[in-house]
Write a protein that binds this ligand. Sequence first.
Ligand SMILES: C[S@@+](CC[C@H](N)C(=O)[O-])C[C@H]1O[C@@H](n2cnc3c(N)ncnc32)[C@H](O)[C@@H]1O
Length: 208
Amino acid sequence: MKSNYSFTAKIYDHIFYLALEPIRIAVMNELLKYKEKIILDLCCGTGNQIKLLSKHGFRNLYCLDISDSMLEIAKRSDSSIKIYNEDATKTNFDNASFDVVIISFAIHEKDRNTQQALINEAYRIIKKDGLMLVVDYVFDNKTTKFGRILISIIERIAGREHHRNFKSYIQNEGLFSLIKKDKFKLMRYNRMSSGAVTISIYKKILLF
Ligand SMILES: C[S@@+](CC[C@H](N)C(=O)[O-])C[C@H]1O[C@@H](n2cnc3c(N)ncnc32)[C@H](O)[C@@H]1O
């Protein structure tokens, strides 16, 4: 599986700075009491979120992505973060390795099977009672018209396959239809960006 972020990597943090900065801060605030815990950013892209955590004293930070170009940016500036170039749907991490796994803006762009595989892999590598924090889109009656239009334009620019997967993600009620109730319990849920982005925090439930 290959990622096509080679061009986007160079401009990603710059063009999305204004939109993403409040979300990065909100994610960090959600995790403040886990500063000493082991945290992985799955599909971390340029590592923008994990670098913010590092800057604010989080200690055990890991990030993983499949794009060399995105990881090249992620490697700049903070050597304490452990960086992995792997497929997030089948990582080499042991079962129950992490207290928290973040998946930020990485589910909507994939086809349905890959979305499910990504969440299943997160489940496998999260510790008992650990958390999965997902940042992604939602379009419903709390999403403003402005939010819908803006996100739809961004997703269209991102390319044909990306846009097709995004549309299908939205039509299938996004994250709600992917999370199995016997695997994860929703703990908290925040809205941002004109109601078009959610930060959802799930706790892992052990099957037996
Ligand atoms: C829209 S970017 C989001 C990046 C980052 N999480 C953020 O919040 O800005 C999606 C990322 O998922 C990565 N990705 C796509 N498929 C992947 C896979 N199978 N395994 C690991 N990373 C993947 C891409 O390379 C890209 O960096």
